[in-house]
Design a protein around this ligand. Structure first.
Ligand SMILES: Nc1nc2c(ncn2[C@@H]2O[C@H](COP(=O)(O)OP(=O)(O)OP(=O)(O)O)[C@@H](O)[C@H]2O)c(=O)[nH]1
Ligand SMILES: [Mg+2]
Length: 353
């Protein structure tokens, strides 16, 4: 045994680990006169593997007395398992670099993790760099457009008014969008529309909406308290659509948000749309969505599509949250620059080089 240990240390060094040792009898006749020997299986620690070095796996039994085939095989299997685990660990990176569409998505500000998930969801044969680009583009367009299909605009009920409030951060285009909606529903669809504004922080805000109301020819009321909102809704129960404008709120001001929440809670039938600018950074947009969740918005309404260099934020939000989008706005012109999102058109914009 001692002799074998000396041999192990000589061949594998002082760090060698003894995996297995046993006494064996070889040769002889009917168990008599057999020669006794020792079998030792030893291994050394393997250095960190990289996928390119994977074949240089160590931990193999460099030394074993009497070459026990079975044990060597077991070690070989263990090594192969280790190697496989290392290779599997590397798979996400491989996906990242192998599809040229990953770069296209990321260039369009799609979150890296989301881009990876979109590509990983493709059939396996299209995950390599030399896959047919036209087919991959087609498949990705379908996947991306599915998220844009969550479109849910304003519908007019057969009885009673639809109550719609727009909430969101400052300057995203709430008042302009209210004017666009009022003009489209009143003038193009012939609905009876009323405007209410709870934005009493700036005199100019009331004036802004009043000017639009006068041009479109719809009534407008200024609301100071949740009770006033309740009675105004009651007064306009003969309308088809009551649009409620609110003051822009900072997502960092909990007091302002609570105040807004108190207004909206006055009537459970108020359909709240969270207005988000497509030019907002994705991380900030997530923060806005989370902070405005106290107002329980049922829909996202995306503005300033014309100003955004890409639709990354819009897509990331629709991918991450189950909330559907109502409208997108594409410019400052009232009433024209508003539309329901076209999923394929949006997906093509996401996948443009
Ligand atoms: N480019 C572009 N500008 C827009 C769009 N929608 C609104 N705007 C402009 O954005 C600016 C702010 O619009 P408002 O409607 O006053 O925004 P708001 O959310 O009501 O602002 P606050 O009430 O102050 O919170 C105005 O100059 C609008 O003309 C859009 O879709 N595209
Ligand atoms: Mg406003």
């Amino acid at each position: 045994m001692q002799e074998a240990m000396i041999q192990v240390k000589k061949e594998l060094g002082l760090d060698a680990v003894i995996l297995h040792s046993r006494r064996v009898h070889k040769g002889g006749l009917f168990g008599f006169f057999a020669k006794e020997s020792f079998e030792i299986m030893a291994a050394t620690d393997s250095p960190a593997l990289s996928s390119s070095e994977a074949k240089a796996v160590t931990s193999t039994p460099r030394y074993s007395v009497d070459h026990p085939k079975e044990a060597a095989l077991q070690l070989e299997i263990a090594n192969m398992r280790k190697m496989l685990e290392k290779v599997l660990d590397k798979i996400p990176e491989t996906t990242k670099s192998s599809s040229p569409f990953f770069d296209v998505l990321v260039k369009n500000d799609i979150d890296e993790q989301i881009a990876e998930n979109l590509i990983k969801g493709l059939p396996e044969q299209y995950l390599t760099a030399d896959s047919d680009a036209a087919i991959v583009r087609q498949l990705l367009t379908e996947r991306v457009s599915n998220y844009f299909k969550k479109v849910d605009g304003i519908t007019i009920p057969s009885r009673g008014p639809r109550l719609v409030a727009l909430v969101g951060p400052t300057g995203v285009g709430k008042t302009t969008t209210i004017a666009k909606l009022a003009a489209n529903f009143a003038l193009k669809e012939g609905c009876k529309v009323a405007l209410l504004t709870a934005d009493t922080y700036r005199i100019s805000a009331v004036e802004q909406l009043k000017t639009y109301a006068d041009i479109i020819g719809v009534p407008i009321e200024i609301i100071y308290t949740p009770d006033e909102l309740k009675s105004a809704i009651y007064r306009h129960s003969d309308k088809n659509l009551v649009l409620i404008d609110t003051a822009g709120r900072s997502p960092r001001n909990n007091y302002q948000l609570a105040e807004l929440q108190a207004f909206l809670e006055i009537d459970p039938y108020i359909e709240t749309h969270l207005v988000l600018s497509a030019t907002t950074k994705y991380k900030d947009a997530v923060d806005i969505v989370q902070k405005f969740s106290v107002c329980s918005p049922q829909k996202f309404l995306f503005t300033k599509m014309d100003e955004a260099s890409n639709l990354g934020t819009v897509f990331n939000l629709l991918y991450t949250f189950t909330t559907p989008s109502s409208y997108i706005t594409t410019g400052q012109n009232v009433p024209d620059d508003i539309e329901l999102a076209n999923p394929v058109k949006m997906a093509n914009m996401i996948l443009r080089d």
